[in-house]
Design a binder for this molecule. Structure first.
Ligand code: SF4
Length: 109
């Protein structure tokens, strides 16, 4: 039985609570093959992809980034990307493992 307030699983059999691991915030990630085509931006229902073309930082950005705290993990952006640069975090290619951290860091400047 799970206590909805605390997130603890109460085992009546052993009389001790077990805490489940917290889910990662990172849902989808853009890697450095992104060419800023911007096609993914309109597909995102949570406006998690930045920077926008009219925002400060657009020119300096070498790629687009997904805000891990805004992404709803819907996957809608994946099919829109012409360079196949968007992945679920758990499916990042071996040579792109640093991308999740880079995406998050963009929003924590
Ligand atoms: S997975 Fe969905 S919510 Fe997340 S960035 Fe892509 S379109 Fe937006």
């Amino acid at each position: 039985m799970i206590n909805m307030r605390t997130g603890l699983c109460i085992s009546f059999r052993f009389h001790r609570p077990v805490r489940f691991a917290k889910e990662s915030l990172m849902a989808h990630v853009i890697v450095d093959t992104c060419k800023k085509d911007n096609l993914c931006v309109d597909s995102c229902p949570s406006e998690a992809i930045r920077p926008l073309k009219d925002e400060a930082g657009w020119e300096a950005a070498t790629q687009l980034y997904i805000n891990p705290e805004e992404c709803m993990d819907c996957g809608g952006c994946v099919a829109e990307c012409p360079t196949n640069s968007i992945f679920p975090a758990e499916e990042l290619p071996a040579d792109k493992q640093d991308a999740a951290e880079k995406n998050a860091a963009y929003f924590n400047k």
